[in-house]
Design a protein around this ligand. Structure first.
Ligand code: C5P
Length: 226
């Protein structure tokens, strides 16, 4: 079964609360990213966790091991179910994690096209890997590490990641229902295609949050992936 995480990419808690209230008891996970976390604050996150909402705190930590471990422990103390770290932070950063919610490793952002990735990688290495090789290396690290529950990857990589590492929970952003523009996402798929490819959860933001009738879109997506 594939789950739906809704990216609450809003500037303030009032807008996010309207959507959460509108969706009632629909079985979804709420993803809180940098924008809402900075606008609404940790107490808002904690209150929703206490109310039983499933919260995925997506702050994509990337820092020295001690700093990331402390940040992940703070996320755990809020009661969130999932949080994210960049896998490119490396093994020592993952080794340092102690008190942790379900940690998801970010591989290559789905906004990177192969061309953007190559250009960016050239700045740090003379022999850059393509996206598939980079994701493969990072998936191997995620799968070997007991502190890592799953990873974030594009729908184009999820099939082989599931094949190679069936125990990794795979979270797939860059999802666009049929007829919706891809905006800044480069490697996109529809909800149904991603579910068929084996995504454990899909992340959908703007197609829901910018819609006139978010509840209807959420129900359609749940129907497509159920
Ligand atoms: O609006 P949209 O559906 O493009 O939102 C996708 C969400 O998933 C955003 O909150 C973005 O930060 C997040 N995300 C992503 N690519 C990743 C990891 C997270 O787009 N690799």
């Amino acid at each position: 079964m594939t789950e739906l995480a809704i990216a609450l990419d809003f500037p303030d808690s009032a807008t996010a609360d309207r959507l959460i209230c509108d969706l009632g008891e629909l079985p979804v996970i709420y993803k809180v990213g940098l924008e809402l976390f900075l606008g609404a604050g940790p107490e808002w996150v904690k209150a929703h966790c206490t109310r039983g909402k499933r919260i995925f705190l997506d702050l994509k930590f990337y820092d020295i091991p001690n700093t990331v471990a402390a940040a992940v422990a703070q996320a755990a103390s809020l009661g969130v179910e999932f949080t994210t770290v960049h896998l490119s932070g490396g093994r020592k950063m993952l080794d340092a994690l102690k008190v942790a919610p379900k940690v998801l490793g970010v591989s290559v952002l789905t906004s990177f096209s192969e061309e953007d990735w190559y250009e960016n990688s050239l700045r740090i290495s003379e022999r850059p890997h393509g996206i598939p090789q980079a994701v493969q290396n990072l998936a191997g690290l995620a799968a070997q590490h007991s502190a890592v529950f799953g990873m974030v990857c594009s729908a184009h990589e999820v099939k082989w990641i599931k094949g190679a590492y069936p125990n990794l929970y795979t979270v797939v952003p860059g999802i666009r229902p049929v007829g919706v523009p891809s905006q800044d996402q480069a490697r996109v798929m529809t909800p149904k295609e991603a579910a068929l490819a084996g995504a454990s959860a899909i992340v959908v933001g703007r197609p829901i949050t910018q819609s006139q009738d978010p509840k209807k879109i959420v129900e359609q997506i749940l129907n497509d992936i159920g």
